[in-house]
Design a protein around this ligand. Structure first.
Ligand code: FAD
Length: 516
């Protein structure tokens, strides 16, 4: 049966999406050969590993297991690549790049260039470029490639019908081990009138082909901050409403404040401590009531983007039949080895983890392959995982925050290098931000780091490497960096650490010498 028929369980919206994808594929090259002409394989018997969801987690696990020679089934009900490729990392980073270009063109004079008389934003072209890039990246995970790698790929909706059996649109697949990598979906805020008035989510905002003249972003987490800045740079009148006193609640306050300042500089209207309490439609526009500190304000916008969080996609999996414990907020319950309450079944990625990032989904999937197929005992808690919010400047973090170290009674010393002391940041006009490295006081052992800088996401990787390899600041002070680079700020931090240590030791020696 052709896959186009097999997705009949999935919502009409999804089918329309596949139709739209087919159109785009015709126009811009193959996006994913799967859903259009795919025929599911015939189940050969019992699979060694059955995986639900072909997002970053599912794809990594399928490839790793197939490379080991395991019989692998991978089931996807929507689009290969999951959230990351289709409506997450890839489309967002692609349009963020163009929005930065627009911001730089407006700022051309600063760099000694004559700005164009007017910077005209061609939003349709921006989105066409995004779709082309998404197609190109998606080809690495096409259905044909996966099949060639020995993965039995099924398009359809997976649901458990027993402790070792999954139904895919009427076909039963049996497994020795299974991994749930069903991902997450946008959380819909309970605001009266929102549904009736219409709204965008991260899953629909990348379908836009015309720039909304005005946009309200609900939520000041990574997604909300990234897209608010992006749309403001494209020229939408952009507002962001966040219920807390500062954006990016998990980040250190000074870092989050820098992101807030950056949004304000880009013209985003910032509403902190603010809740959206009502939306109604008037003459095709959305009239929004905002409450802040007890006072109500009204604003009118063309579009609303909800970015208040993501929830694990546990519905429809029929986890009860498999004896897998879960709850709607935290998702599938797993232990440190990523085992669920059914010893045959593991989970990875957004569906079970608090940190919902692609690198986390992939790293957890690798753990599952080792623990499920190779009797491994790899622990999720042993991983060092950095993350980044791709605003301008970016804000990246790895390891412990100071507050976490204090909660654990770990004495912390912090070394901070402001980017305005980093030569390459000065030459590039990218001086806003800092590199902050936390060490265990009295040692050079790195506990964590936060970087706010134009390229913080790239720079943080050196700190992750040091942490994983057990390299302390003393050794980092001996690492020669190419000059001038923004990553050199890490060496500057290590030098600053060593100079205070040296002077402490030196003054101790001098004291001893004088006391002879
Ligand atoms: C706008 C946005 C920007 C982001 N940017 C970044 C970023 O820059 N960096 C980063 O690290 N992360 C980013 N993320 C997060 C990242 O996209 C996710 O963490 C990542 O995709 C999670 O991977 P996953 O494999 O766990 O799940 P998903 O990517 O969600 O994949 C799950 C797959 O399972 C399928 N599925 C679900 N249920 C079933 C079923 N019953 N049967 C069959 N198939 C099923 C789904 O269709 C989906 O394809 C971003 C997210 C968003 C929304």
């Amino acid at each position: 049966m052709a896959a186009a028929l097999m997705v009949s369980d999935v919502s009409i919206a999804t089918s329309l999406r596949l139709g739209a994808v087919a159109e785009l594929a015709k126009a811009e090259g193959p996006y994913d050969e799967g859903p259009i002409s795919w025929r599911n394989p015939k189940p050969p018997g019992v699979y060694h590993l059955l995986i639900i969801g072909a997002g970053p987690g599912g794809l990594v696990a399928a490839r790793a297991a197939a490379a080991l020679g395991a019989r692998v089934a991978l089931i996807e009900r929507h689009q290969l690549g999951g959230g990351c490729l289709n409506y997450g990392c890839i489309p967002s980073k692609t349009i963020i790049r163009t929005s930065r270009l627009y911001a730089e063109m407006r700022n051309a004079q600063y760099f000694g260039a004559t700005p164009p008389a007017a910077v005209l934003v061609d939003f349709a072209a921006v989105m066409a470029r995004m779709r082309r890039i998404r197609s190109r990246i998606g080809r690495a995970d096409s259905a044909a490639r996966l099949a060639a790698e020995g993965i039995a790929l099924y398009f359809g909706n997976a649901r458990f019908v027993g402790t070792d059996t999954v139904d895919v649109d009427g076909v039963c697949l049996r497994f020795r081990k299974a991994m749930i990598a069903a991902g997450s979906r946008p959380l819909l805020p309970a605001v009266p009138g929102l549904v009736q008035s219409g709204y965008l989510t991260s899953e629909t905002v990348f379908d836009l082909t015309a720039l909304p003249p005005s946009l309200l972003v609900m939520g000041g987490g990574p997604l909300g901050c990234e897209l608010a800045q992006t749309f403001a740079r494209f020229g939408s009148r952009t507002l962001i409403a966040h219920s807390e006193p500062l954006f990016l609640p998990q980040e250190e306050r000074d870092a989050a404040q820098m992101v807030s300042d950056a949004l304000a500089r880009d013209g985003v209207e910032i509403h902190l401590n603010t809740s959206v309490v009502n939306v109604r439609l008037e003459a095709g526009r959305k009239v929004v009531e905002l409450v802040s500190d007890g006072s109500v304000a009204t604003t009118i916008v063309d579009e609303i983007l909800t970015g208040v969080g993501r929830v694990p996609a546990v519905q429809g999996l029929n986890l009860e039949a498999a004896g897998v414990d879960y709850d709607d907020e935290g998702g599938v319950h797993v232990d440190d080895f990523l085992r669920t309450s059914n010893p045959r079944i593991f989970a990875a990625g957004d569906v079970c983890l608090e940190h919902k990032y692609t690198n986390t989904a992939q790293a957890s999937a690798r753990i599952v392959v080792r623990n499920a197929l190779l009797f491994g005992r790899k622990r999720m808690s042993a991983l060092t995982i950095p993350w980044c919010t791709y605003t301008d400047p970016e804000i990246a973090h790895v390891g412990l925050y100071v507050r976490q170290a204090r909660e654990r009674n770990i004495p912390v010393r912090t070394i901070t290098i402001p980017m305005h002391e980093v030569d390459r940041a000065i030459t590039d006009g990218e001086e806003r931000g800092f590199v902050k490295i936390h060490v265990r006081d009295g040692t050079d052992r790195i506990l964590g780091a936060t970087i706010v800088a134009r390229h913080a996401g790239d720079t943080i990787n050196a700190i992750s490497l040091a942490m994983v390899a057990g390299i302390g600041l003393r050794t980092l002070a001996n690492v020669i960096h190419a000059y001038p680079t923004q990553g050199g700020a890490i060496r500057q931090a290590a030098d600053a650490f060593m100079s205070t240590r040296r002077s402490r030791i030196l003054s101790w020696l001098v004291r001893k010498w004088l006391q002879r």
